[in-house]
Design a protein around this ligand. Structure first.
Ligand code: ZN
Length: 438
């Protein structure tokens, strides 16, 4: 089965629910850019997908960066003088600054406060903080809970380790009929946060799962990597493969109710940019297209000047533009299966366009061929499920001069890519059109 046939058989709603279920399973795990939480998460993904797990040792040089020490954490708390845990890692892993060094100490409130982070503007929410490359420790808590802390001595414990180990990432390669690749990348380093992190992971996983076993034009590479250092490590360790990547998408923040946002690759007019914009334009959904900027997610690395891959970023509300971003409020209530399924459907359509964006040659270009005698004319008046319409036929015939791809035809005609593809298939079947190679 190819992607065209597959798309007719799927139930995006069902997939949205499965994505949500996977996110709920991953949600409690304390992930980071390295460590056992990341491994445990990849092990869960591996139940769905043939995923290669790679371990890159601490100290490995990757371009201008070095793989850091591996961080693991078992427990963390702040106890008051009655022995109550007033801040407790066991209740939420967001309570500890991610990558905190181990600590066991007693201190007064004044001293403790130097290590506490809150969000006064959202007093119920716990912020998400990290300190990967600066050795320190800290706790995050709701501002309202900070106000409740009394003067007195506190016992502080962070039972963590920061030692030589590995950076772990997951990779799934699906072989297509040629070795040109489509890259799909999601970061996997955030702990209990849903939209930023888990939604992108779930979308990438279910896209990979959907494509597995299909007959594909492109080969597909899915990366489940810690943000920034993971993409830098992959690019540095796979420099011989970079030139095979012809299109790419970073997936993040796809489970909230906001409109779709597509951020273009650095190139700005790459085929993946045009495919994504084409799909969103015909989706009937609200969307926004943005130019590339060197801020955001792993597209920063894929689109660095020396790499300059055609990789865009697909999301709903962009990072930092929703108040719940990087707080405990980005939880399982903030994301919904219906938004996930909608994101899945749009991304699958983008891949469908890439898979089918070919150039054709009109084999009867001297005036219009007579469609009527081939049963192609006025099929629009026939039963609906014939699926071939006159206008797309005429557009495909006219622009199939070897120069224009189906995406060009779609852009010039304003017609939906899928209608044009059906027309092209009918014309090929009737000997009026032939597919051109690259
Ligand atoms: Zn983030």
């Amino acid at each position: 089965m190819d992607l065209t046939a597959y798309r007719k058989n799927i139930e995006p709603d069902e997939i949205g629910h499965e994505m949500y279920k996977l996110m709920a399973e991953l949600y409690p795990i304390c992930r980071s850019i390295t460590g056992n939480g990341l491994r445990a998460s990849l092990a869960i993904l591996r139940k769905h997908l043939a995923l290669d797990i790679h371990e890159v040792p601490t100290g490995t040089a990757v371009f201008d960066w070095t793989i850091p020490n591996e961080w693991n954490i078992r427990d963390a708390y702040v106890k008051n003088n009655r022995g109550d845990r007033v801040i407790d890692f066991q209740k939420s892993n967001l309570h500890v600054v991610n990558y905190s060094i181990p600590v066991r100490a007693k201190m007064g409130l004044e001293e403790l406060k130097k290590h506490l982070f809150t969000l006064p503007e959202a007093p119920e929410w716990v912020p998400y903080r990290t300190s990967y490359y600066n050795e320190t420790w800290g706790f995050c808590l709701a501002y309202k809970d900070l106000l409740g802390l009394q003067e007195g001595e506190y016992e502080v414990c962070i039972d963590s380790s920061l030692e030589a180990g590995n950076l772990t990432y997951g990779e799934c390669y699906l072989e297509g009929s040629n070795e040109k690749e489509v890259l799909v990348s999601a970061h996997v380093c955030h702990p209990s946060l849903c939209n930023d992190n888990l939604s992108g992971i779930a979308l990438a996983l279910f896209l990979a799962k959907s494509l597995s076993g299909l007959s594909l034009q492109y080969s597909y590479r899915f990366l489940f990597i810690p943000g920034t250092i993971g993409s830098i490590a992959w690019l540095s360790l796979n420099q011989d493969r970079i030139s095979k990547i012809k299109h790419g998408l970073v997936l993040v923040g796809v489970g909230d109710q906001g409109k779709f946002t597509y951020k273009k690759s650095r190139r700005g007019n790459a085929e993946v940019d045009r495919a994504a914009i084409n799909v969103l334009k015909h989706s009937g959904k609200e969307y926004e297209v943005r130019k590339f900027d060197p801020y955001g997610h792993d597209e920063r690395q894929y689109c660095s000047p020396g790499i300059n891959l055609p990789v865009g970023c697909f999301s709903r509300t962009p990072h930092a533009e929703f108040p719940e971003y990087h707080t405990s409020a980005d939880d399982l209530n903030f994301v919904r299966p219906e938004y996930l399924s909608d994101s899945f459907a749009q991304c699958l359509s983008i891949l469908y366009v890439l898979e089918n964006n070919r150039r054709y040659l009109n084999l009867s270009p001297m005036c219009e061929p007579q469609l009527g005698k081939r049963g192609l004319y006025r099929m629009i008046g026939g039963p609906k499920d014939v699926g071939v319409e006159e206008l797309p036929l005429l557009w495909v015939l006219n622009l199939s001069d070897g120069e224009h791809s189906l995406l060009d035809v779609s852009e010039q005609s304003g017609l939906d890519f899928e209608r044009l593809k059906r027309a092209a298939d009918a014309l090929v079947q009737n000997g009026l059109l032939t597919v051109l190679g690259d």
